[in-house]
Ligand binder design. Structure first.
Ligand code: ZN
Length: 203
């Protein structure tokens, strides 16, 4: 069984991100709890107890969504892209009161990835403006990709690949580089010891 060896700098980046997420969630949850304890009865005096508790539960769920705590449920994996699905929607640069000038065609790209254990997972790979110069050109069916827990971008690790995508910021770098030209994080992720460039395992 192959194992992804996560570079120390990426581990540190992910740990910081996880810590920030949990801190944000915790601070907001404590703040809301205090507000409920001290002002809940005054503020919601007209509601009966059942409705009141319902409102409190909803209020306490808000931090989970703002901090995106659910992102912590993630796994590192390594597998083969078997299918790429693209969904086109219209979105706006401005979430609030969008105007016609701020509208654009958005592509949401999903990968079906067959893992080493035979299981296929569907994963949202990225969202982007629909155009010829976007990230889609870097990925194709048959590519081997890896994902590291807590990072945003999948890295292609095919043999003889000339571009390598940074797992942290998504920049496409020359494969010969050791670190990302944009964010300086380690570029070459190793799997089970041998460097990816010399990885001769089956495709
Ligand atoms: Zn980068």
């Amino acid at each position: 069984m192959k194992e992804i060896i996560i570079p120390a700098d990426i581990k540190e980046y992910v740990n910081k991100k996880v810590f920030k997420k949990i801190s944000l969630w915790l601070i907001m949850t404590i703040a809301i709890t205090l507000l409920i304890v001290f002002f809940g009865d005054t503020f919601f005096s007209r509601l009966n107890n059942t409705v009141k508790i319902g409102v409190y539960v909803l209020l306490l769920i808000i931090p989970v969504y703002i901090s995106k705590l659910y992102d912590l449920k993630d796994n590192s994996f390594y597998g083969l892209i078997t299918k790429i699905e693209v969904k086109n929607t219209v979105d706006s640069e401005r979430g609030f009161r969008p105007t016609i000038e701020t509208l654009y065609r958005k592509e949401t790209v999903y990968f079906y990835i067959k893992l080493k254990n035979g299981k296929t997972i569907k994963r949202k790979a990225f969202e982007q403006h629909a155009n010829n110069n976007n990230m889609s050109k870097y990925y194709s069916v048959g590519d081997r990709v890896l994902h590291i827990y807590g990072t945003d971008y999948l890295q292609i690790i095919n043999k003889n690949v000339d571009k390598k995508i940074c797992v942290i910021c998504g920049t496409s770098n020359p494969a010969a580089n050791d670190s990302c030209a944009f964010c300086r994080h380690t570029l070459n992720i190793r799997i089970d010891g041998p460097p990816i460039g010399g990885d001769t395992s089956e495709r």
